[in-house]
Design a protein. Structure first.
Length: 194
């Protein structure tokens, strides 16, 4: 079937998804061929519907179908949690007692990709700080996330707003002997009194 143009286009389309290589794309393509015509139509319509109707919240930058997302519409807080991308909100919302609002940067500072502070949504954060008591920097604990968090902290601290960073360190259920040097260092630095 590798010489069938429509199959090749379908496989190629699936390879555009993150983490999907050629073999996985082939499995997805064969599965699509096994689906009923109705299921394929529902699948394709849902892709088009999502692409046409989902946009960014005009306040925080989260995904929404409205002008303002449900979190910004329904939650009033003096704490803003800054994240790299909308999918990070989904992860953080699983935590208990989420009574903060969000700000999505849509990226991080990354000189290797020519992405500076003006290429992400930092300047949109600053006008939102009026009446805010704390900004939680919840970018990933990688080099780009740390650079971005430090940059934002240096901008916000002079404004008298408390700035905090998510704690990092040893994962629950893991063994110390398998932790890398950077993780152990951060765990020791971020330790807290019990």
């Amino acid at each position: 079937m590798n010489n069938i143009d429509s199959m090749e286009r379908l496989i190629y389309s699936f390879t555009k998804l993150p983490g999907v290589g050629r073999k996985t794309a082939e499995r997805y393509a064969y599965k699509v061929l096994e689906l009923s015509q109705e299921d394929v139509k529902i699948f394709s319509d849902s892709l088009i519907d999502a692409k046409n109707n989902i946009k960014f919240c005009s306040v925080c930058g989260n995904f929404t179908e409205q002008e303002v997302c449900s979190i910004c519409s329904n939650r009033n807080s003096d704490i803003i949690c800054v994240v790299k991308e909308p999918k990070d909100i989904v992860a953080l919302e699983k935590a208990k007692n989420c009574n903060y609002i969000y700000h999505v940067l849509h990226g991080t500072i990354n000189p290797m990709e020519n992405k500076g502070p003006n290429d992400i949504r930092i300047k949109e954060l600053l006008p939102r700080l009026d009446g805010v008591k704390e900004v939680i920097l919840a970018t990933n604990p990688d080099v780009e996330g740390e650079v971005t968090a430090n940059y934002i902290a240096k901008l916000i601290k002079p404004l008298g707003v408390k700035v905090s960073r998510l704690a990092t360190g040893i994962q629950m259920g893991s063994d110390l002997q398998y932790a890398d040097e950077v993780t152990l260092t951060k765990a020791l630095e971020d330790r807290k009194e019990i």
